[in-house]
Design a protein around this ligand. Structure first.
Ligand code: FAD
Length: 340
């Protein structure tokens, strides 16, 4: 019986199994397709949400919301993302990182890097820094130079407000090195901030302006030596630099070639201003009242010929040897960085 009954039970069970496995198959298929649909929907919407965010992987649209000439060679550009951004890159990049984005010129399919500043146009040509803690949903501001035969900046300078351009990024161009010191108890710790000397020419001032306006906690005072035709070509950056100078955050020296003050003609004046490099150990730790700048690091940014005069040649992505003015005051590859 048991033997006879066995196949029967088996067959009943098999049938049940088959029925139940059929319905289970159906359920599996139904729930499987629901899961697949949810996964696809998740990826689709996630991808869509992320594709609205600034990323080095794809271009996203920004509207020109301000485009104004400073003089015949310099202009300002404010770009507002077509969709408000969720990521606050100013916060993400705050620990001593200098960054840029790329703008695409679609007609000739080339891109160029530009350095965003946390500034905005508030009407009637008035430019101000972002209110504390705000990133204005991803708005970006640029200080630009157009070259007579240059492709991208010249094209940008002519675009009307309301026009859409495509951006990707951000790209970290430089990260300020952390500097360690030994405390009296013999413990090694990072210096919270340190002084910097910067040599800039023309729009090469943009990374330093970015650093001044955003990385407030990371560095102490800045000895700034800026070369330009005349300081008026800085447009809205000029009053911001004056304010930083009044607050004793920077010591700013202009070298205006239109007034005969090209650093190549007056190197002795630059050498008299430039201290020899301090080390993290030897530079006094943060004394806001002190009037001297004790730089540990030198940053150089400008056209190739300018970089050559100040710090020796840069070979593409390679830093090259430290020569020129900085070498004459004993600066070297361990404490000088030539930005692009
Ligand atoms: C990280 C980074 C950040 C930057 N940030 C800024 C910024 O904030 N602001 C800014 O203004 N720039 C910035 N730049 C520079 C910017 O990327 C461009 O290099 C600049 O705008 C010039 O590009 P262009 O297409 O207008 O000119 P290009 O076409 O690249 O021309 C540049 C120069 O070459 C000359 N030239 C072009 N074609 C010829 C030719 N056939 N023969 C001889 N000479 C020629 C032009 O006259 C011009 O002097 C940054 C660069 C980097 C790498």
């Amino acid at each position: 019986m048991r033997i006879n009954g066995l196949p029967h039970r088996i067959s009943i069970n098999t049938r049940l199994l088959r029925i139940s496995s059929k319905s289970r198959n159906f359920k599996w298929a139904a729930s499987g397709s629901a899961i697949t649909t949810s996964i696809l929907a998740y990826y689709y919407f996630n991808e869509k949400r992320h594709s609205n965010e600034l990323s080095p992987d794809h271009f996203i649209p920004y509207k020109i919301t301000y485009n104004d000439e400073i003089d015949s060679e310099h202009f300002m550009l404010e770009l507002t993302p077509a969709r408000p951004q969720k990521i606050d890159w100013w916060k993400a990049m705050s620990s001593g990182k200098l960054w840029s984005i790329e703008i695409k010129q679609p007609e000739i399919m080339v891109v160029r890097n530009y350095t965003p500043l946390p500034l905005e146009h508030v009407g009637n040509g008035q430019i101000r820094t972002f209110p504390e803690g705000s990133f204005k949903d991803g708005k970006l501001f640029f200080y630009l130079k157009k070259y007579k035969h240059g492709e991208v900046a010249r094209w940008l300078s002519k675009l009307p407000e309301g026009h859409t351009v495509e951006l990707r990024g951000p790209y970290v161009d430089y990260e300020m090195p952390s500097q360690s010191i030994s405390s009296s108890a013999g413990k090694v710790k990072d210096r919270v901030s340190y002084d910097v000397v910067t040599f800039t020419a023309g729009t090469g001032i943009a990374p330093v302006a970015q650093m001044l306006l955003t990385n407030k906690a990371h560095f102490g005072r800045v000895l700034m030596l800026h070369s330009c035709g005349a300081r008026q070509e800085l447009g809205p950056l000029q009053p911001l630099l004056e304010e930083a100078q009044n607050n004793k955050r920077i010591q700013l020296h202009y070298y205006e070639s239109r007034h005969g003050r090209d650093i190549r003609k007056i190197p002795y004046e630059v050498l008299a201003l430039l201290p020899t490099p301090y080390s993290a150990e030897s530079a006094p730790v943060e004394e806001n009242s002190a009037s001297t700048v004790n730089p540990i690091l030198a940053l150089v940014c400008g056209p190739d010929s300018y970089i050559n005069t100040v710090a020796g040649p840069k070979y593409g992505l390679l830093q090259g040897p430290i020569q020129g003015i900085l070498a004459q005051r004993s600066w070297n590859n361990s404490n000088v960085y030539k930005l692009s």
